[in-house]
Design a protein around this ligand. Sequence first.
Ligand SMILES: Nc1ncnc2c1ncn2[C@@H]1O[C@H](COP(=O)(O)OP(=O)(O)O)[C@@H](O)[C@H]1O
Ligand SMILES: [Mg+2]
Length: 277
Amino acid sequence: MSEILIDVQNVTHHFKLNRKTAICAVDQVSFQIKKGEILGLVGESGAGKSTLARCIMNLYQPTAGRILYKGIDTCDRRQFKEHKKMLQTKRQLIFQDSTSSINQRMKAVDIIAEPLRINHVHTPRGSARAEAEFQLHYVGMDAGCLDKYPPELSGGERQRIAIARALSMEPELLVADEPIASLDVSIQAQIINLFKHLQKEHGFTFLFISHDLAMVEYLCDRVGVMYQGRLVELAPTRDLFSNPQHPYTRTLLSAIPLPDPKRERNRRKGVYDAQKS
Ligand SMILES: Nc1ncnc2c1ncn2[C@@H]1O[C@H](COP(=O)(O)OP(=O)(O)O)[C@@H](O)[C@H]1O
Ligand SMILES: [Mg+2]
């Protein structure tokens, strides 16, 4: 049996808007991610995907429930503190828009090497620059980009830098929240292929959040579907796409455009109404 890396148990997260009202962004979600697995998380905007990812990364404290990482209860303050360095280096997060998540005034070399410096990690390749160059090659860019600033790079290149930065810590877990959503379609496929390649080489566990179902089908081993804060379905990718169980999943799948324009024009697209089902 393969090892469980993350165990999400009954996690709920409320955002308090004022004294009386709160939004339930994540509603009693439970699932596990196995070591080395690529798990996709899909669902429309507002479904709670990012909130859940942030809970997993300890950026939000869940209102209820707990999240175990290698058996460590990361929501427990004492346990988190005890394993803080490991949790902060071995789990890495990549955001949708690298323009806002990376410092625009730093050169690529410093962006990539910064986590090593902050966490006082020994650089296996000698200098921080050599390390950054290695990682840059790894994500398909050449050393000429090392001294460039983010505004001098394309969106795809900036996202590659964000990936190189995350990889410099040799993470066991990579969480990517809509990492391709802000890129041109042609670049999206390149980045997905890069993720696929890197995961194969490194074997890291990967939580991939996206609303692009075609990409999720191509990349992921299993897929979870979120709707209004709840995880309504979780299944191996092939099963989910060939035999979706939940009506919302069926609606979601019916919205994927077909490559044939004639079939696309003639087919019926579903609208999911939670009240009816
Ligand atoms: N910081 C916040 N304050 C208040 N409400 C929020 C905040 N972040 C997200 N929400 C709300 O929580 C719900 C889930 O949001 P989110 O996790 O961003 O969904 P997704 O990533 O699937 O689009 C939405 O209704 C959203 O409006
Ligand atoms: Mg989101």
